[in-house]
Design a protein around this ligand. Sequence first.
Ligand code: TXA
Ligand code: MG
Length: 311
Amino acid sequence: MQTDDPIEAAEFIKHGGIVAFPTETVYGLGASVFNEQAIMKVFQAKRRPADNPLIAHISSMSQLGDLANDISDDAKKLIDAFFPGPLTLVLLRSEQVPAIATAGLDTVGVRMPANSLAREFIAAGGVPLVAPSANISGRPSPTTWQAVLEDMDGRIDCILRGEPTEIGIESTVVDCTGARPVLLRLGSVSLEQLRAVVPGTVLASDPSLARRSPGLRHKHYSPAAKVVIVTEPGDIADRVDASAYIGLHPAERTFALVRVCSDVEEYARSVFEFFRECDRRKIDTIYCESVPRTGIGAALMDRIRRAAERH
Ligand code: TXA
Ligand code: MG
């Protein structure tokens, strides 16, 4: 079923159901963090590999103590600076969180969404919610409730319908269980912003990253179409009648579908929905203009690069 009412949607959570809901990043698929059966349903509905841990979402700081132990001073600083918002912190998992939620890890990702409908919904359910992005695994994350329906119709109990998401790519993930914070997944909270709060924050770039953030081992964000990154006009083929283009500047060709964004924020907000629209129209190649890897541009290029790697 579908509803605009967070209280009605939360009833499904209270009875062991799974519910898609909006956040400021992408739509999530929520289940009670304390209900193993419901968490199993989330993995099944998404066809998600069981070795990929979920993020727990909270509506108030009072819920943090049920999820995590021994929160470091650096983590506290990041919480003060960025909660609520598009930042997930990996912390030491409390025994109350079932192992299935975090793929057996002794850590747990925690985030407090800034989206007010998300927080009303979580508060109404009365428990933190594990919530991966509400797409079939490997597909672009959903930024509208209609995109959730496209992937999840008949597979979940309820969709809480909200606005299209403001940011459009998933949260920044930072591991706070070591000596210094380690950025595991780029998002709209940039490395520069993190370092302004905790100067020692580092970008995980060595091979041990795959172990620390299991999700990065899996295929992500991919449309059926081939994705090509455009850094110069010569990267575009001569025949583009079954191709699409997205970027900040128009390209001198006649594509089947074109999206010119006015800034990098709009590009990030639009890219996943653009990928989905291309699949609906059976586009075979999507050209994505490269942007400088600063601010949210770094996260945007990370997602586009992963989508392009698939082929
Ligand atoms: O913006 C977001 O984060 C969205 C919305 C719904 O909140 N959620 C989301 O969840 O993107 P998901 O499951 O699609 O991606 C979670 C990422 C994965 O790469 C996963 O491996 C990583 O976070 N992650 C979660 N828990 C972790 C942990 N304990 N240690 C390391 N990485 C973790
Ligand atoms: Mg995801």
